[in-house]
Each structure stands twice: as structure tokens, then as C-alpha cells.
Design a protein. Structure first.
Length: 202
């Protein structure tokens, strides 16, 4: 279920960007005030301009679960862009990564997979084990990677977000908001549209 939540978030932002004329978006939707949603929090953002078309309690900090992986995916794409690794490079799974539980692809300690395969595992299966393996591969430890996540969040203006892990497993203080999720999702799909090759499979 959680991998479908991640896909739905990215797909929603993508579809809005594709379907609305960028310059007319705000005027076209000026009366979009009540969608009758039952969710605690929501925000609908137009991709090209960042125009907020609808929001409901969008600043309340809530546990993001697997939507956390949007930031993990963003840092993976940025690492490849910066030449820190190639998609074909090999990632070895640690005991810690293999022990994650929850949504996973059942990676074994010592197993190796390519960066590209790990990306698929995260995008399609919402794999907590693959997330953690990539975090350790990029930053040396999950803790160091989480620091990178929080620094990147601050750079995007995500003022009400604090990440405590790289995969979204429930833990105290791991919180974000609908508005902040929209900011990082827009950054990912605008800068790295290839993510759609994986996130729109479902």
C-alpha cells in the first residue's frame, strides 16, 4: 500500500503539470475551494509554476510514511548527476539495511545490486531495505544521509520537516507537511523526469 501512496503523490503532481496551461492555471482554478476531502491535510500544486491550486491544513506536521522516499530518490538522482556514482555501480547490502522490515524486497546481507536496480526497488516496491542500502552507499551511514536529507529540505524551503530516517518507518519526530511534500516532489519530477519511468508503472 505504501508504495502506491508514493506513486500517487508523484503522479498527482505530474498530472497537474501536464494537464493545465501554466499561465492560466491560477485563473482557471480561482474557485477551487472545496474538494470535500476527508484527509487530514492536502495540497494541489501546478508543476510548472508552483502555483498552489488547493490546500487544506497544509502546514500541519504529520508522519509522512513512505512519502519520505521522495527525498531519498531526489538525493540519489542528485548524486548521480554530480558524478558520485553511475547507475551501473554496485551497492552492497549491510546487515542494518537488510534488517529494515516493512515494505521491502528482502535483500540479504552481503548481497550486491546495481544503483539502477536499487532505484527500481525504491520507486516500485517502496523498499525500505533498498533505501537504507542506498543511504549508506551515498553517505557512509544512514545517520549521515539523514543529515543530507534535512539539509536539502532546508534548501528547498521545507520549513516544517524533520527527517529521522531515509525510508519513512514510524519514529518519533519524523514529520513533514503537505506543503513541504509538494516542494520536494516538484523538485524531483521537474529536475529528473526519468523518475516517471518507474513511479508510473503502478
Amino acid at each position: 500500500m505504501r508504495h502506491r501512496v508514493l506513486t500517487a503523490v508523484l503522479t498527482l503532481v505530474f498530472c497537474v503539470g501536464c494537464c493545465l496551461p501554466a499561465l492560466a492555471a491560477e485563473k482557471q482554478y480561482e474557485n477551487l475551494t472545496d474538494l470535500g476531502l476527508t484527509s487530514k491535510s492536502a495540497l494541489l500544486m501546478e508543476e510548472d509554476t508552483g502555483t498552489i491550486l488547493y490546500e487544506q491544513n497544509s502546514h500541519e506536521a504529520l508522519p509522512p510514511a513512505s512519502v519520505t522516499k521522495v527525498m531519498t530518490l531526489l538525493l540519489i538522482y542528485e548524486g548521480e548527476r554530480d558524478g558520485k556514482f553511475d547507475w551501473t555501480d554496485t551497492v552492497q547490502v549491510s546487515e542494518h539495511a537488510a534488517s529494515m522490515g516493512g515494505s521491502q524486497v528482502f535483500l540479504e546481507p552481503g548481497e550486491t545490486q546495481s544503483v539502477d536496480t536499487m532505484l527500481k526497488c525504491i520507486s516500485v516496491a517502496s523498499a525500505n531495505d533498498a533505501c537504507t542500502a542506498m543511504a549508506e552507499y551515498i553517505a557512509g551511514s544512514e545517520e549521515a544521509f539523514v543529515k543530507m536529507m534535512n539539509e536539502r529540505a532546508a534548501g528547498l524551503g521545507m520549513k516544517n520537516t524533520t527527517f529521522q530516517n531515509c525510508n519513512g518507518l514510524d519514529t518519533e519526530g519524523h514529520l513533514t507537511t503537505a506543503r513541504d511534500i509538494a516542494l520536494m516532489s516538484r523538485e524531483l519530477i521537474e529536475k529528473y523526469p526519468k523518475i516517471h519511468d518507474y513511479c508510473m508503472i503502478w
